[in-house]
Ligand binder design. Structure first.
Ligand SMILES: NC(=O)c1ccc[n+]([C@@H]2O[C@H](COP(=O)([O-])OP(=O)(O)OC[C@H]3O[C@@H](n4cnc5c(N)ncnc54)[C@H](OP(=O)(O)O)[C@@H]3O)[C@@H](O)[C@H]2O)c1
Length: 62
């Protein structure tokens, strides 16, 4: 599946299921925003790390 026209946001992308999903989406050409509470922990070449805590009510526009 070619996802080169798709942009996705993956939460918990620094490890586990989220990281595996983000890696697969990247391999299919998607633009991937990789959400993590600590974006320095995102080790996914090509992904765009962003700070994201799903329990926080504050947010920053991309
Ligand atoms: N693994 C499975 O087979 C499986 C099967 C069915 C359902 N699930 C569900 O899928 C989810 C992920 O599973 P997993 O095995 O990948 O777990 P995991 O390895 O423990 O990873 C959890 C992820 O969630 C992030 N996270 C935790 N609290 C967060 C918050 N407040 N805001 C943003 N991110 C937060 C963690 O980031 P930090 O590093 O910052 O903590 C981490 O990236 C869980 O809800 C699990 O119940 C998993």
């Amino acid at each position: 599946m070619d996802l080169s026209t798709s942009t996705v946001l993956v939460t918990g992308a620094n490890r586990g299921f989220g990281r595996a999903l983000a890696a697969e989406l990247l391999s299919r050409g998607a633009t991937v925003y990789a959400g993590a509470r600590n974006p320095d922990q995102v080790d996914l070449p090509g992904a765009k790390p962003i700070a994201l805590d799903i329990t926080s009510v504050s947010y920053t526009h991309l």
